[in-house]
Design a protein around this ligand. Structure first.
Ligand code: UDP
Length: 331
């Protein structure tokens, strides 16, 4: 089928990338993974998938891979994603996210790859004036991570204006869950994200956990976020490639479920699903945390026909719990 074009997935051994590899495979696309394995895990990618170990910013390697596999679209996940680290080491983020992306986009333009899907983030909005946040809300990131991603969006915008090149930048809200079939999931060396921290506490791998602030202007005083299942997120990337190869226009799209859950609600859900209670302390706010971040993701639904299948927080937590339990047993 002409639609099933070969796709190069950078960062395909990471949390979101490894789910995208499965989604593109299930949709019938030949897939090639490029990952330098700094944070990715080789075993997150099925051994049947061609795997190139290397950097997405390595022009010669990318050019060779594109040619060898007849690549027609690039889906770019590779990058650094830890917000506090980006504050401590901004140049790493401008190098790994913005710099590497410039090289990769250049390699695509040179090789004639016209379609590009980019992992962006709700962090480009900084602290939004109001929620839900539409794509045309002001982009005022408050940390180098968000800035490094926004700069890449600008590089894409200007490249698409100058060359025969189009793209979809997907701004993710809070990614959660794991592959429903248990093939892959999140494996952070040092968990910082709420659901992973709560699950590790439920597993007894931590003594307790902390709520970062309960004095926000939200219904229960704790931060509100829009959680989206990683498999639904992966599906949106397949639809975005289909959109571009079908002649669809370049787009910047939010991906979220348009519904917020508070930190307390998330912790209660983890306790209920795991059947384990654990100590929860309340501490001060974490620097730079907005009170609420909820997506207006109506454009992705309309333009891509995207319909999240696992919008329930219970489903997301249950999949993440099953995954973390299976990993803990393995170790
Ligand atoms: N959070 C918390 N305790 C933790 C980790 C996170 O209270 O140990 C809160 C955080 O302040 C935010 C929400 O949980 O309100 C989601 O944070 P996370 O780091 O998962 O994602 P972010 O929204 O920062 O991208």
């Amino acid at each position: 089928m002409s639609e099933q074009i070969p796709v190069l997935i950078t960062g395909g051994a990471g949390y979101i990338g490894s789910h995208a590899v499965l989604a593109f495979g299930a949709a019938g696309h030949p897939v090639v993974v490029l990952d330098n394995l700094t944070t990715g895990r080789r075993e997150a990618v099925p051994s049947s998938i061609p795997f190139v170990t290397g950097d997405a910013g390595d022009n010669d390697l990318v050019a060779q891979t594109i040619q060898e596999h007849d690549i027609a679209a690039v889906v770019h996940f590779a990058g650094s994603i830890v917000v506090p680290e980006s504050v401590a080491d901004p140049l790493k983020y401008y190098r790994n996210n913005t710099g590497v992306s410039c090289n990769l986009i250049q390699a695509c333009v040179t090789a004639g790859v016209r379609h590009f899907i980019f992992s962006s983030t709700a962090a480009v909005y900084g602290i939004p004036d109001s929620v839900p946040v539409p794509e045309d809300a002001p982009t005022v990131p408050i940390n180098p991570y968000g800035t490094s991603k926004l700069m890449t969006e600008w590089v894409l915008r200007d490249t698409a204006a100058a060359h025969d090149f189009n793209y979809v930048a997907l701004r993710y809200f809070n990614v959660a869950g794991a592959d429903p079939q248990g093939r892959t999931g999140q494996c952070s060396a040092n968990a910082t994200h709420l659901i992973e921290v709560a699950i590790k506490t439920a597993q007894g791998l931590r003594d307790d956990m902390e709520i970062f602030g309960d004095d926000f202007d939200t219904p229960d005083g704790t931060g509100v976020r829009d959680y989206i299942h990683v498999a639904d997120l992966a599906d949106a990337h397949v639809l975005a490639v289909r959109h571009l190869i079908g002649g669809g226009r370049t787009a910047v799209l939010n991906l979220g479920n348009q519904r917020g859950f508070s930190v307390r609600e998330v912790i209660e859900t983890v306790q209920r699903i795991s059947g384990r209670s654990f100590p929860v302390k309340t501490g001060p706010r974490r620097a730079g945390d907005p009170a609420g971040l909820v997506a207006d993701a109506s454009t992705a639904r309309r333009l891509l026909g995207w319909r999240p299948q696992r919008a329930e927080l219970d489903t997301q937590v249950a999949d993440a719990w099953r995954w973390q339990q299976s990993r803990t047993k393995e170790q």
